[in-house]
Design a protein around this ligand. Structure first.
Ligand code: GLV
Ligand code: MN
Ligand code: MN
Length: 417
């Protein structure tokens, strides 16, 4: 079977999708901000659905906005083969994270259709809601609910910065129904394959056009609220202060120190937000909220870092007379790829003389949760200098097209089983 990817069309579609953005234009690339259920996110969804309809695929949406684009197979009762990713983007991000997997998945399906394939199993593209944690503080909202790893009531109660709960935000966006209905049973898909940019430097550094992901590192998220004593920046004497931001600064540095101390390249910890109350230049900070993102291929080592951080918290709390409350957002297990799908991808690469490496994904992806209901694997393509979550994120058209072709071949093979 000859699979021809329409590279120009795919790149054009990626560029069009990048125009649905709330970001100010950037000098160093294409800045994209597309937060879940904002007008631009909704416009991107409508546009994606129009492409799917144009290609002759059936579209279904669930109560959280996960969008399922299905090419019905000749044996529609069999579990489908699926691919997908996300189209939301964190503030001031680039144009390839997630989108390559969604638009590449669509082009893979169109290319297979053009080739004359009649798949035995249905092939489905899934655009998953809010892979990024920006608005509701937890990543992979859609895939967590599909997998049942996030309680529907807890999900609906999650609030954004305006204190609007997911329940009303999704209803306003046109997604009603209970979140219980989003759950899919184990075995719903025969296989799941996600195409994504690597978001790291290894493929480019090693001159390889493709990576096959064998496991996904385990992420965890925590929220720390540090409460001290506010007051006048001129009048509150230094010895009398309980500055919440100074305590937070110590905590941030302790987190960095303990993550480095594992000596493992796979331990990474980031405090990416810091909300200071009241946030006035002449007011001593009385309250600070920090969000910590910590990941490791070994969840026990990740927990070891957290225990060391907690010991430091106790010490900072006592010495600075502040309170520090820790709240768990999520603590997930790592995911392993299916040996069968990895072998399928390897045999496609070997047949087509495509060099590749098997690798770990240090970023998380919806595949981490899809792994709980289906055998999964991922295809990585290089991104320039390993840059991601920045406007200068870049993947070369030829690499995008190659990854899409390998994805298409894998979907065709898995759909024939
Ligand atoms: C996904 O965007 C991640 O932060 O790994
Ligand atoms: Mn991302
Ligand atoms: Mn992503």
């Amino acid at each position: 079977m000859q699979i021809r990817i329409d590279e120009d069309r795919l790149i054009n579609e990626l560029e069009t999708l990048a125009t649905f953005t709330d970001a100010e234009p950037a000098a160093n690339g294409t800045a994209v901000t597309r937060i879940v259920f904002t007008p631009h996110d909704l416009r991107a969804r409508a546009w994606l659905k129009s492409l799917a309809a144009e290609a002759g695929f059936a579209v279904r949406q669930d109560a959280v906005g996960n969008t399922f684009i299905r090419w019905v197979g000749t044996d529609p009762e069999l579990p489908a083969v699926a691919t997908g990713s996300h189209t939301d983007a964190i503030p001031h991000a680039g144009m390839y994270d997630g989108t390559v997997g969604v638009l590449g998945g669509l082009e893979a399906m169109r290319a297979l259709k053009r080739s004359g394939l009649q798949p035995r199993r249905s092939i489905e593209l899934v655009m998953l809601t809010s892979e990024e944690p920006t608005r509701f503080g937890i990543g992979c909202l859609g895939s967590r609910l599909i997998a049942g790893t996030l309680e529907p009531a807890r999900a609906d109660a999650l609030q954004d910065k305006e204190d609007s709960p997911l329940s009303s935000v999704r209803a306003a966006a046109g997604f009603s129904g209970t979140l219980e209905s989003v759950l899919l049973p184990h075995g719903y898909y025969h296989a799941w394959v996600e195409l994504h940019i690597e978001q790291g430097p290894l493929l480019e550094r090693e001159g390889l056009p493709l990576g096959i992901v064998t496991s996904i590192a385990a992420p965890a998220g925590y929220r720390f609220t540090i409460t001290g004593l506010g007051g006048h920046a001129g009048a509150l004497l230094m010895p009398d202060r309980k500055d919440a931001l100074c305590a937070a600064a110590e905590l941030i540095l302790a987190i960095e120190r303990h993550a480095l101390a594992t000596g493992a390249i796979d331990t990474v910890a980031t405090v990416g937000t810091c909300d200071v109350h009241p946030g006035a230049v002449n007011s001593v900070p009385s309250r600070v909220v920090l969000q910590l993102d910590i990941r490791d291929t070994d969840p026990h080592r990740r927990e070891g870092v957290m225990q060391a951080v907690r010991r430091d918290c106790d010490e900072i709390r006592k010495r600075r007379a502040v309170t520090i409350a820790e709240e768990l957002v999520n603590a997930d297990a790592p995911a392993q790829s299916s040996a069968h799908i990895v072998e399928t991808l390897e045999s496609i690469c070997n047949q087509d003389n495509i060099s590749y490496k098997k690798m770990v994904s240090r970023a998380y992806h919806d595949s981490l949760f899809m792994a709980q209901i289906a055998p999964i694997a991922m295809i990585f393509i290089p991104c320039h200098n390993g840059v991601s979550h920045r406007p200068d994120e870049y993947a070369a058209p030829a690499d995008i097209a190659l990854g899409t072709r390998v994805l298409a071949a894998a979907l065709a093979k898995l759909a024939s089983e």
